[in-house]
Design a binder for this molecule. Structure first.
Ligand code: BG6
Length: 525
């Protein structure tokens, strides 16, 4: 076979743009955003639609309908969107695209629980379909408080807005949190499945919109050299970190009923666990990929009450200074209970009971107001089996480590030992590093572009299936139960700007391991 030619970097940079024209065109459709007058729409969804339109991914026949109880009209919504686009789009929006998008935006005012809202929506959709000449493919995006998920789906069903007929599709995108424990997630799945078929449901997890997360599959299964060592024989353990420098900001009300465990683990972190741990799927079909992800989640060893005490750690931040600014304690945040037991940090040790991963720990940690913003997967390999250099200054051999950084940079680096130049044998740790921006440029993206596009082409690979959501909750529900029964006695137990409570270090130290050392934040991180 001939050697593949090395693509010049500028060609790589142009590749993303070029593939678009040859890619599958999205179906003409109407996007209906419930709760579309809120933050998610202006900060993420509208900027993502602008990016898709700029790149030629948005169908020409496209309209946006916002349903909300806010006092607005189509005209005032359009004015608002025009201003939001200037403020929140990631780059200046081409005026013809802005005019096109805004000109096809409509508003339906109503309460989510009232049948009349859906009657008005139905009439509006039929008018828009005629007037803008769009076939009736609808996707409904539920950017609303979780208590409305079931109700909206039920009302869509009752109004005949969820039924697919004459080849016209109906899809429902549901934001997180999908339930607050196993029982509520099961109940919600059962409720929405009375109206919708599983293939119509797109449970969104915005982590799957991140390029480097998607690249995990390409990295593992598009290369021949990694998969043979991707197992318990060569890997010592895996560390997954999603640390944030921000606190709970304006979301105290939500966060105090959720906490770090519910907010980040069964969804975002378990996506990373399953993509790291899964077997190669038999195809790139949505269900083939998700079957393998689900198997990993099902194989996570259940936590007994005793495991919860020894394999999980929770923390809550105390007041302090970060970047020279005074930061209040979690309990002093707006809309947070002054004696709250809600955790803002969690670390845990997972074991995956299958042939590939038996006895290989996956350590997870996530939290607010930590030392640095970083999301990464670090694969720590075992040491070389034999110490050849015993009679030299190299007293111990270091192990190799592969780090997949998801944010803020997108990169993959491999650490290995190299001989330090000079007459004596000394080992130094060096990194081979691939940085996305160096090869592909860094077109700003919200992370929602790919997910919205996939909804329009009907590809659910990057969305959570019912069984995956339930598997995630079944792992963490025993932890929630024990934590609820045993009040934390030492909260607040970590200072802002650190890596969390000392127990998180002890969790690894008990097995003779440590978290990968990382420098603290640069001011803007
Ligand atoms: C959200 C959580 O799902 O993810 C937030 O509710 C968290 O609390 C956010 O801050 C993190 O996302 P990202 O993309 O900034 O890592």
């Amino acid at each position: 076979m001939p050697e593949l030619e090395l693509l010049p970097e500028s060609n790589l940079r142009n590749m993303a743009a070029k593939t678009l024209s040859s890619h599958r065109k999205a179906d003409p459709c109407i996007l209906v955003i419930f709760g579309g007058a809120g933050d998610l729409t202006k900060r993420k969804l509208v900027p993502a639609l602008c990016n898709l339109a700029e790149q030629g991914f948005l169908p020409q026949q496209f309209a946006l309908v916002v349903v909300s109880y806010t006092e607005l009209t189509t005209d005032s919504l359009r004015e608002r969107f025009a201003a939001d686009m200037k403020k929140f789009a990631l780059r200046p929006v081409n005026p013809s695209i802005a005019t096109r998008l805004i000109g096809h935006t409509y508003y339906v005012r109503g309460e989510f629980g009232e049948a009349a809202t859906y009657g008005n929506l139905k009439a509006a959709l039929s008018d828009i379909a005629q007037q803008d000449n769009i076939p009736s493919n609808h996707f409904y995006y539920l950017a609303v408080a979780p208590r409305f998920f079931g109700e909206i789906v039920k009302q869509l069903g009752a109004a005949g807005l969820a039924q697919e007929k004459n080849g016209q599709w109906r899809r429902v995108v549901i934001e997180k949190p999908f339930g607050h424990d196993l029982e509520s997630a099961r109940a919600l799945n059962a409720e929405i499945k009375q109206v919708l078929d599983e293939r119509q449901i797109y449970r969104i997890d915005h982590y799957l919109g991140k390029e480097t997360v998607q690249n995990l599959m390409m990295f593992r299964f598009g290369n021949g050299i990694f998969e043979p060592i991707w197992n318990r024989r060569y890997i010592d353990h895996v560390q997954i970190t999603a640390s944030e420098t921000v606190g709970v900001e304006q979301r105290g009300g939500y966060y105090d009923t959720s906490g770090a465990l519910r907010d980040m683990v069964p969804n975002h972190l378990f996506q990373l666990v399953s993509l790291t741990g899964m077997e190669p799927p038999i195809s790139f079909d949505a269900n083939a990929v998700r079957d393998e992800q689900a198997k990993v989640l099902h194989a996570i060893q259940p936590f007994t009450p005793e495991d919860v005490l020894t394999k999980t750690v929770r923390g809550q931040y105390a007041a302090g200074t970060m970047d020279g600014k005074q930061v209040p304690a979690y309990r002093d945040e707006i809309n947070v209970n002054a004696s709250s037991s809600t955790e803002t940090f969690v670390a845990m040790k997972l074991l995956i009971d299958n042939w590939r991963w038996a006895d290989i720990p996956f350590y997870l940690r996530t939290g607010k107001h930590l030392a640095r913003r970083v999301t990464e997967i670090a694969i720590q390999f075992k040491r070389a089996p034999f110490h050849l250099f015993r009679n030299t200054p190299v007293d111990t051999l270091r192990s190799n480590r592969l780090v997949i950084t998801i944010q803020p940079e997108e990169s993959i680096s491999l650490r290995f030992g190299a001989k330090v130049p000079g007459p004596i044998m000394q080992q130094g740790a060096v990194d081979m590093c691939f940085n996305y921006a160096d090869y592909f440029g860094s077109a700003p993206s919200t992370g929602y572009e790919r997910l919205l596009y996939d909804c329009m082409i009907g590809d659910a690979t990057l969305f959570q299936r019912a069984d995956m959501v339930e598997a995630g909750w079944s792992v963490i529900t025993p932890v929630l139960d024990v934590w609820q029964a045993l009040e934390p006695r030492d909260f607040p137990n970590y200072a802002v700007g650190t890596w969390g409570p000392k127990e998180a270090d002890e969790l690894l130290a008990r097995n003779g391991r440590e978290w990968r050392p990382m420098a603290a934040a640069q001011a803007a991180a």
